[in-house]
Design a protein around this ligand. Structure first.
Ligand code: SER
Length: 863
């Protein structure tokens, strides 16, 4: 049975049991800072388990793409060493949100395995948590699992997603791959070998783990199950390792071809086949290799794959070439892979090119050091150097160490890393607005409809402490029950303005969110503020209006970029304030002038179309159905706000920000710069409205100024400039000729200064004002005029001098100009050298120079 058939059979089975089929979520979890990557099917339902989010269904099923590299569940280091660990895998799951519990979960799993998949019951082993009598009874008494194939474990039967979050006791189902595979049953000494493989984990979600470690009961007991698609496929395809299943074989063959390897069993091919899956999917979900966070994990995986290619003898580029084979295998189940293929190849290729440059050198250093090593531990400073100089992530060095039965001194390495970080972080300062703010409820935002509102002050936060009263001169944050002030989010800065109570005047410099409340941050200019006062909140309308124009223009730019550059363009960040807008997006090369002009023209055309900016509230599903763009890493509630603007729905995006009423309000749009910020990320800065006009006026004023200096009209400037440049070139040539002539005249005069030594003429002279060509000309002319001669001409320019020595051909066998120059340089503290007939050098100007000049005659005499 093909993996794709198993995936489908699973989803169909649970759909037939009343489960909603839910698509896999992104590998980048939505707004969940506790999680690096999606690592289980339940992640997208975390808030549903916790009771903080409601869905229209209480049973769900999915096939979820997962990455377990970095973070709590990290399998990176095991990849290549076991039959069943991967950085990327697919998790088949069924979920109950306060609907069914242990009995149904167990019976569903048993029915699917023994009836749909038709696995023999005697091949299946079961474990439950030591405390869980209920699950034990269901398995033994109701399902009838034999006690020989049943055990109760502690930690292994308790699952939690991270250090905090939903968790509970679990029951695991194992498959026995048979006596010819080494390994012991679950809970025994050798259970980490490959005979008994855990295929399905049924988690009975009952608690939420608090940051303190305490377990709080969940509102409703729920179920979260997860079965590895690759593991069940191995069983159904009658093989003992995941790498032998259909999904992997195609990739292993592609890797073998790309690396020109015949041995399909080679462990490094497995590593590469695994890594191309995680890397390609991570890029497709918007992750880009970088030096921190998710990007760094991706970088580590790519580099590990490249190192394994290198080990196979592939010193060239190969990794990105595997993407087409992956797309062929998985593109149908995950259409985003097809859509983003070109982008994925480009990102991986760039990273590969970058690392290939240093890999060889790093490996050489490592090999040299390992040859000298007389212990089984690679020292921390070497690990650090490999990281710092050659870009070897620590787990790559560890991987190499493991292959050679060595370990690394991780403590020493981490100490060096911490010291480096401390150095780099010295100047950083972060504000913690949320410190000690404990308030009920949430701030009611009125700012979409009004710029002014009266509301009660519910808190005053001074130096991180909540106070009852604030007095003039104090810097503080004010929390109101309701406010027209927009709080910094979605790239748009917070509003500025005033809060007034009678004569008291609080100047708001910024507004930010702290949980569900808005903090108005600023200075109390006059009077006092007291909790309970009714304040008049007034947003600075001018600043707000300019900011809104920039925000709307950002949406138009985003849409225009996708039309001009392609659908791979995705937003990587933005900053919108009253002065300008900044938009960061994924794209792999600098935009051409023509592309920039096209984007600018497209946005301005939409501005002139002057269509109404429409705001709709709808469900996420409706928004998706309309084709609205949503951003990675943003959390959207049940009801989302869709902003549509431009003719023919030119741009449609989910957004909570403040916008213009009609596109025409933007007035004018002008891009002021386009540049790269990180690998694969470009940044556009632009201005709108008054600022755009200002930029254009400034440019025009500059042109007018230049034109008047050049005595031309702006239209004639380009032509006039090229005429001037041509003239300049000709003048320089003429000056060069004149200088050479002058040098000739001068040389004619200097001839008389030559002295005769050993029957040849010697001239060593200090002059000024020659350029390099004239100096050379002068030396040549002196040689000609003197017949048989040794000439050394020093041209002084400020405190430096350039030196040319020349010797006539016949004499240059005995009196070598290069030797003379070296000796001269040595005496003067300069440097130089050259051929027997001509040599050049440079030296400082000081008294040594004159002494050395006088000694040239002695040098000739002594030969
Ligand atoms: N969350 C559990 C796991 O990841 C079951 O889905 O194993």
């Amino acid at each position: 049975m093909q993996s794709s058939d198993i995936r489908k059979a699973f989803l169909d089975f649970f759909a037939s049991k009343g489960h909603q089929i839910v698509p896999s979520s992104s590998l980048v979890p939505e707004n969940d800072p506790t999680l690096l990557f999606t690592n289980a099917g339940m992640n997208q339902f975390k808030d549903v388990f916790l009771g903080a989010e409601k869905r229209t269904y209480s049973r769900a099923t999915s096939s979820q793409r997962c990455v377990r590299a970095g973070g709590k569940h990290n399998d990176l280091e095991n990849v290549g060493y076991t039959a069943r660990h991967h950085t990327f895998f697919e998790m088949l799951g069924n979920f109950s949100f306060g609907d069914y519990f242990k009995r149904d979960a167990i019976f569903f799993a048993w029915e699917f395995l023994t009836q749909v998949m038709q696995l023999p019951a005697e091949k299946l082993w079961i474990t439950v948590h030591i405390s869980d009598d209920e699950a034990a009874d269901i398995w033994q008494k109701e399902v009838g699992v034999s006690p020989e194939r049943f055990s109760r474990l502690d930690e292994d039967n308790f699952w939690q997603m991270g250090d905090t979050g939903p968790c509970g006791p679990s029951s695991e189902i194992f498959y026995d791959h048979g006596a010819d595979v080494p390994g012991g049953p679950p809970g025994s000494e050798n259970d980490d070998l490959d005979r008994y493989i855990e295929i399905w984990n049924l988690v009975f979600m009952q608690y939420e783990r608090q940051a303190s470690g305490e377990l709080m009961p969940l509102p409703k007991p729920s179920v979260d199950t997860g079965m590895g698609l690759e593991r069940i496929s191995a069983i159904m395809q009658g093989v003992h390792t995941n790498y032998e299943i259909d999904l992997f074989q195609a990739l292993i063959k592609a890797a073998a071809k790309a690396c020109a390897v015949n041995d399909l069993q080679h462990k490094s091919l497995r590593v590469i086949a695994d890594h191309i899956r995680s890397c390609a999917f991570l890029v497709s979900d918007g992750v880009i290799p970088s030096n921190e966070g998710r990007g760094y994990v991706l970088r580590r995986i790519v580099r590990r794959a490249i190192r394994h290619g290198h080990k196979l003898g592939q010193k060239g580029l190969f990794f990105a070439d595997l993407v087409p084979a992956l797309v062929e295998q998985m593109g149908q189940a995950y259409p985003e892979l097809n859509q983003k293929q070109a982008q994925i190849e480009k990102v991986l290729r760039t990273e590969e090119e970058q690392f290939s440059k240093t890999l060889d050198k790093g490996m050489k250093i490592l090999e040299e050091q390992l040859a000298k090593l007389n212990s089984a531990v690679i020292p921390g400073d070497l690990v650090f150097k490999l990281h710092d100089t050659f870009g070897f992530p620590v787990d790559l060095t560890n991987d190499i160490a493991r292959e050679r039965d060595l370990t690394i001194d991780i403590t020493a390495y981490e100490t060096l890393m911490a010291a480096q970080r401390a150095g780099a972080a010295g100047n950083q300062f972060q504000l913690d607005y949320t410190k000690t703010l404990t308030l009920e409820g949430k701030t009611d935002f009125k700012g979409y409809d009004t710029l002014e509102a009266r509301s009660e002050i519910i808190a005053l936060v001074i130096d991180g402490e909540q106070q009852k009263i604030a007095t003039a001169g104090q810097k503080l944050s004010v929390v109101l029950e309701a406010t027209p002030f927009y709080a910094n989010s979605g790239g748009q800065v917070g509003d500025t303005g005033y809060l007034r109570v009678g004569d008291a005047c609080f100047e708001v410099h910024d507004c930010r969110k702290a949980g569900d409340h808005f903090l108005h941050i600023g200075v109390l200019q006059a009077g006092t503020l007291t909790v309970g006062d009714l304040a008049l909140a007034q947003v600075d309308a001018h600043v707000r209006a300019a900011t809104a124009l920039n925000h709307s223009a950002t949406h138009l730019v985003h849409a225009a970029l996708r039309k001009v550059l392609g659908e791979h363009v995705s937003q990587k960040g933005s900053l919108v304030d009253s002065q300008r807008l900044r938009f960061d997006f994924a794209h792999f090369e600098a935009m051409t002038t023509a592309q920039i002009a096209e984007v600018e023209a497209m946005v301005n055309a939409q501005i002139r179309a002057n269509t109404e900016v429409k705001t709709d509230l709808c469900t996420m599903d409706e928004a998706k159905a309309k084709g609205a763009m949503a951003l990675f890493g943003e959390k959207y509630g049940d009801s989302v706000r869709v902003l549509t603007m431009g003719a023919d729905e030119f741009s449609m995006e989910l957004c909570g920000g403040i916008h213009a009423q009609r596109t025409g309000d933007i007035g004018l749009f002008k891009i002021v710069s386009e540049a790269g910020t990180a690998a694969g990320v470009r940044r556009i800065e632009a201005v709108t409205g008054e600022q755009a006009l200002q930029v254009i006026n400034n440019t025009a004023a500059l042109m007018a100024n230049i034109a008047s200096q050049m005595k031309a009209s702006p239209e004639q400037l380009a032509e006039k400039l090229s005429v001037l440049m041509q003239q300049n070139k000709e003048l320089l040539k003429e000056v060069g000729g004149l200088k050479a002539k002058l040098a000739g005249f001068a040389a004619a005069e200097w001839v008389a200064e030559a002295v005769e030594v050993n029957g040849i003429k010697v001239l060593a002279k200090r002059v000024e004002g020659l350029d390099a060509n004239a100096q050379l000309d002068a030396v040549d002319q002196l040689k000609n005029k003197l017949g048989a001669a040794v000439v050394l001409l020093v041209n002084v320019d400020g405190d430096k001098a350039s030196v040319i020595a020349g010797v006539t051909k016949a004499e240059s066998k005995k009196y070598k100009a290069g030797d003379l120059m070296r000796e001269f340089a040595q005496k003067t503290g300069g440097k130089g050298g050259g051929r027997p007939d001509m040599a050049r050098g440079a030296c400082p100007v000081n008294t040594l120079l004159d002494e050395a000049l006088a000694q040239v005659v002695d040098w000739v005499a002594s030969r």
